[in-house]
Ligand binder design. Structure first.
Ligand SMILES: [Zn+2]
Length: 103
């Protein structure tokens, strides 16, 4: 049997799936927990329902390190949709071309 250990609370299903894909592309198996609840909770907005990412015990430290880096990057920088330049979070438009962030 495999040991699944919670490694991260995603704010929503979209983030959970993004991170799951990122971890899987690095060779780590990922399970999501809590996602099914969002339908059952009904009246709650989707973005309130948290999704827990679980990884196998042997991958936990690697996954944790990746997720911490992801969180810090999310706060500090964004990527320009037009030129792909990395911008500091304090900029609202790209310093290089004046474009905006993706999404
Ligand atoms: Zn740009």
């Amino acid at each position: 049997m495999s040991d699944w250990i919670p490694v991260f609370e995603a704010a929503n299903s979209l983030e959970a799936h993004t991170l799951k894909g990122a971890l899987e592309s690095r060779g780590m198996a990922v399970q999501l927990r809590g996602e099914a609840l969002s339908g059952a909770l009904g009246e709650l907005p989707m973005d309130v329902a948290q999704v827990t990412l679980l990884v196998q015990k042997r991958d936990w430290q690697r996954a944790r390190a990746f997720l911490q880096e992801y969180q810090q990057k999310e706060k500090r920088t964004w990527h320009c949709a037009q030129c792909g330049e990395e911008n500091d979070a304090s900029f609202e438009i790209c310093w290089r071309c004046g474009g905006g962030p993706k999404d």
